[in-house]
Ligand binder design. Structure first.
Ligand SMILES: C[S@@+](CC[C@H](N)C(=O)[O-])C[C@H]1O[C@@H](n2cnc3c(N)ncnc32)[C@H](O)[C@@H]1O
Length: 263
């Protein structure tokens, strides 16, 4: 499957996308001289901010997209480095902070993923993650409905993107069961003011739709995208500015004396 991430498309809504990162970062306690990992670091621009804010001696950014990592060299150095890897198999052992902004929603089986990440942390270790929870918004449901339409279903080999996230309460319980003595879990609605409804298509092209893009030929993706745009604009209000409410979950925990527990 091809690498469908496009850093420039993703960066089109940079200001809106960065606010949740800063809100998550505000939950993390500094670890002077420590080690931090940023899972799904993208271009690495925010990994540098994470490194400076935590005061870590070393911060490692991990991402599986070559296209996103292509820009990371300019943010490397002074204790920050980047490597290509898959979060699903990455060994996060030896870090004081396991951080992930807007990436773990791409990894399946949270029942296994989160306890596995927790188990890598020692006493005082922190886990911090932010994930979109906007799966019930039409920008998402229409993407999957279009994927189910006959001509796209055939090109996609019947693939429809699943949704690995659990409800917010589950993350709170999981953190407690995994040995985190302190925690903060919250749902937050970010209200974005976009120029118009067509901007929602541009937003989704930079994130959700990458999953369909990487499974389709360029020609088949263009057809899919045209159908998505048409169906979505039929149901979105034709307002300017356009209000896009976007739900996200932010979670943070600090490991107790027992260290990496069992969920
Ligand atoms: C929405 S971007 C977020 C990038 C960055 N954390 C930020 O806040 O700007 C999601 C990133 O997760 C990466 N990603 C998705 N699934 C991944 C996986 N299984 N392993 C590693 N990286 C992954 C993508 O390549 C992409 O760069």
């Amino acid at each position: 499957m091809s690498d469908a991430w496009q850093p420039d498309q993703y960066a089109r809504f940079r200001t809106e996308r960065e606010q949740p990162f800063h809100d998550l970062l505000a939950l993390v306690e500094p670890v002077p001289g420590g080690r931090v990992v940023d899972l799904g670091c993208g271009t690495g621009v925010l990994t540098r901010v994470l490194h400076e804010r935590t005061g870590a001696a070393e911060t490692v950014g991990v991402d599986r997209s070559e296209a996103m990592l292509a820009q990371s060299a300019e943010h490397a150095g002074g204790g920050v480095h980047f490597e290509q890897g898959d979060i699903a198999t990455f060994d996060a052992g030896g870090f004081d902070v396991v951080f992930s902004n807007a990436a773990l929603q791409w990894v399946d089986d949270h029942e296994a993923l989160f306890p596995r990440l927790a188990a890598t942390l020692g006493e005082g270790g922190q886990l911090a993650a932010q994930m979109p929870m906007n799966h019930d918004h039409v920008s998402h449901t229409v993407a999957h409905d279009v994927a189910r339409e006959a001509r796209h279903a055939e090109a996609l080999d019947e693939y429809v993107r699943g949704y690995p996230l659990r409800e917010a309460e589950w993350y709170a319980e999981m953190l407690a069961r995994s040995g985190f003595e302190e925690q903060h879990v919250r749902l937050q609605v970010y209200l974005h003011r976009l120029a118009g409804p067509e901007e929602v298509v541009e937003w989704m092209k930079g994130s959700l739709l990458t999953d369909y893009r990487r499974r389709l030929s360029p020609e088949a993706y263009e057809v899919y995208l045209a159908d998505y745009r048409e169906r979505l604009l039929e149901v979105l209000a034709d307002e300017r500015p356009f209000l896009l409410p976007f739900k996200r979950i932010l979670l943070w925990g600090r490991m107790g004396a027992r260290g990496g527990g069992s969920a």
